[in-house]
Ligand binder design. Sequence first.
Ligand SMILES: C[S@@+](CC[C@H](N)C(=O)[O-])C[C@H]1O[C@@H](n2cnc3c(N)ncnc32)[C@H](O)[C@@H]1O
Length: 252
Amino acid sequence: MTGHDALREYAGKQLVSFLRKGDFAHAGEEKAIDLAFSTVSHKPKQTILDVGCGLGGTAAYIQNHHLGQVTGLDIEKEAIVYAQQKYPEITFHCCDVVNAAQIITQQFDLICLFNAFYAFSDQLAALKTLNKLINTKGKIIIFDYSNPDSRKITPLFSAGDKNTSPFKPVSFQGIDSLLEQSGWQLSKKIDISLQYIQWYTQLIDRLLGNESEIIRLFSQSLFQKAVTTYSSIKESLVKGLLGGILLYAEKA
Ligand SMILES: C[S@@+](CC[C@H](N)C(=O)[O-])C[C@H]1O[C@@H](n2cnc3c(N)ncnc32)[C@H](O)[C@@H]1O
């Protein structure tokens, strides 16, 4: 198992939450949500689906900021049990994104994904399923890692298998056709790689600055895995082998 996978397991997610000072497992924490929603109007009654919601902090932040009525879904049972207990005002479902249309009968005005899309093994199938869950004129926001240059690939790339999760950054060029094939029309594609570098620099500083507390609360090996993982992500970002992307698309 790679260090990156260890951070995606439940104990790893708790360490990530500690570091990110909230139930978030995406780059930039609240700043990233504010950025992604900066063009979304405040309509407390609009319905929003947060896909790959993890521990539920993003869903709660969105709802508490009166952006809409949020539903969360995630494949990991322990994360959903935690989210349901901590944020009872929000509905959460436990399922694989590709089966979501069988579990969730409602349609949404907006779908958002924060660092979840890169972890899907079948990204096209996920987009097709999400297209069934969106209202006419509904929108999708994808905030994620990107592959800025299709001729080069980060050493972190992994298609995943039954023991490991995928790490498949969104292809900056290829995403247009993936959206088109799945019933979405791209409206805006923003390169946020510089913000990713800044966010990962701050995260590594926080990690190293809290070494003894992290080892006491978690373990030496988890601390070490976090250092290795975040350092290799930052290295790929700085070399331009990895980036950040913010995508907006509408139901075609
Ligand atoms: C890096 S975490 C991000 C969590 C959350 N969006 C946040 O920002 O805090 C990625 C999440 O995607 C979930 N995930 C991965 N593959 C999934 C799938 N096929 N269906 C649903 N959720 C999935 C993982 O369990 C994990 O909670």
